[in-house]
Write a protein that binds this ligand. Sequence first.
Ligand code: AP5
Length: 226
Amino acid sequence: MDGQMQAAPVLVLLGPPGAGKGTQARVLEERFGLIQLSTGDLLRAAVREGTQAGQAAKAVMEAGGLVSDDIVLSILDDRLAQPDVTRGIILDGFPRTGAQAEALDGLLARRGMAVGAAIALTVDDGSMVERISGRHTCAGCGEGYHDNFKPTAAPGICDACGGTELTRRADDTAETVAARLQAYHAETAPLIDHFESRGVLLRVDAMRSIADVSMALAAIVRALKP
Ligand code: AP5
């Protein structure tokens, strides 16, 4: 950890599928001890566990649509009840609709927290299919890789934990990515204006290398005041 902060910061990472939200959230988690809260990861866990929420979400996720606000808010509320969130959080993939953005204020206020920065990762949509189709993830520790942009040091072996089960997501097909991009532009991109009007929006050019984007984000986190 190279950062010490006095209060629990709350960061929101906004960006279309493939923008690098998950990749960068993991870097910030590692560097600053913040907690990555990915609603996509929480929903995938619910699908794996076969919970009622997971069963309702599965088909919607496979089609590239947005899971209902009720389900997402309930899953996030449960996660926010865990004590580690007092270290500060990075919201990865949440909020995604106007209703979620409104609800977020209440969820955070109940815990004495508020959004410190909403960071829009700006990218060219056309490059996102390549990013997503090359993505694979370690089933053991969740570390993410890319066939070309972030390969494992040794083929088929996770650099972080040595695991050998590298998986691709069921919704990472070209057709589903098109639906996910459409959902992003229809429902989530308008939140950029929402956070701008709150005075917490920052834009980061995420077409740069993973390391360069990480540097830009780390500077933002360091500048966040309690
Ligand atoms: P979610 O899991 O949130 O997926 P997403 O938003 O589509 O985003 P991705 O995880 O695909 O991309 P990312 O931006 O994290 O990119 P990554 O860092 O992996 O959601 C999945 C589904 O769950 C949704 O479709 C929806 O159905 C449901 N859902 C989730 N949250 C919801 C909500 N709040 N409301 C309703 N429904 C919800 O990077 C991608 C690849 O590119 C990686 O291989 C990486 O190594 C590489 N890469 C990253 N950065 C760079 C770079 N700078 N240069 C080159 N390569 C890079």
